[in-house]
Design a protein around this ligand. Structure first.
Ligand SMILES: NC(=O)c1ccc[n+]([C@@H]2O[C@H](COP(=O)([O-])OP(=O)(O)OC[C@H]3O[C@@H](n4cnc5c(N)ncnc54)[C@H](OP(=O)(O)O)[C@@H]3O)[C@@H](O)[C@H]2O)c1
Length: 280
């Protein structure tokens, strides 16, 4: 079987690349920067840009199955090119947000890609992860390294954050095995953890005291608005408030698809502890 990976240099995609490269199938990876891709030996690395579908055409030649990183602006053209090339199965990196309200921009972003693939008529599997465990790095990494503190609103907001390797394990199964066509998998960690509990896990993993400093909504808005547009900050505040009232969903898809339990946030924290080490 010939497999095309897009997004292979991403946090999920690197785990996917390792798994499919080890499977013995022929694997090609499309990237905008082949020179720095650093993908496993045996993977054929080709240049291409999902935002410019004409650059994807050659990469699709001879491909049976592909992993599609979500770029909604061109998903329709890319899916159509895949159909023309004879691709039989597209595994889409989507999001749990497609199960939420359409007013959520992430819902619209990911659902547009799903719909484009559905409409192409190519077989498909939708992998819909909840919040990545790795988000804690960009949200809290700097303040933990510099001050040993996480300042955030809604400390009791709870999500079953998911290890990127588990998302990849589900993607790889859908690429390498039969029986996943037409399926949609909500992929989460094994249990919902509040933000306070996530910080406590990082504290244990790093062996440092990390304090959670609860901000009220107004202070949270001010802090978030420094790094994102106000409407995105508002949406995130609503999402956190909602996750206090109703913790994020917990799914058994990782166990069903891979036969192994979902990795815990605690294990993710241990693996990534060095990234939170004190800057001093
Ligand atoms: N963070 C979350 O909590 C969360 C939750 C649910 C879903 N998601 C989805 O997951 C995505 C992030 O996945 P990730 O962490 O694995 O990726 P990532 O680390 O953000 O890396 C992005 C990957 O996509 C590729 N890519 C981006 N634009 C491209 C383009 N125009 N043409 C070709 N390749 C392109 C990049 O390839 P090159 O740079 O090599 O070209 C890279 O491999 C988000 O964008 C979102 O759609 C995220």
């Amino acid at each position: 079987m010939n497999i095309l990976l897009t997004g292979a240099t991403g946090k999920v995609g690197r785990h996917v690349a390792e798994r499919v490269a080890a499977s013995g199938h022929r694997v090609r990876a499309l990237t905008r920067s082949p020179e720095t891709a650093g993908l496993p030996a045996g993977v054929e690395v080709v240049r291409g840009d999902l935002e410019r579908p004409e650059t994807v055409r050659a990469a699709l030649e001879g491909i049976d199955r592909m992993y599609l990183f979500p770029v909604p602006e061109t998903a329709r053209e890319v899916a159509e090119l895949a159909r023309e090339a004879g691709v039989r199965q597209i595994v889409v990196l989507s999001s749990s947000s497609v199960l939420e309200d359409e007013s959520n921009p992430s819902h619209r972003h990911h659902r547009a890609v799903e719909r484009a693939v559905e409409d192409s008529g190519v077989g498909r599997t939708f992998v819909r992860p909840d919040e990545f465990a790795g988000n804690t790095l960009w949200k809290w990494g700097e303040s933990i390294r510099e001050r040993g503190v996480v300042s955030a609103p809604y400390g009791q907001a709870a999500r079953a954050v998911v290890h990127e390797a588990d998302i990849a394990a589900v993607v790889a199964a859908a690429l390498l095995e039969d029986g996943h066509e037409g399926e949609s998998y909500l992929v989460t960690g094994p249990r919902a953890l509040t933000q306070v509990e996530q910080v406590a896990a990082l504290s244990r993993a790093t062996g440092r005291e990390i304090r959670f400093e609860e901000l009220d909504r107004e202070a949270g808005r001010t802090a978030m608005s420094a790094t994102m547009p106000p409407e995105v900050a508002e949406m995130l505040l609503d999402y956190l408030a909602e996750s206090v009232l109703t913790p994020g969903p917990v799914s058994d898809a990782v166990r069903r698809v891979t036969g192994r339990p979902a990795r815990t946030f605690e294990s993710w924290a241990v693996e990534h502890a060095a990234r939170f080490a004190s800057a001093a």
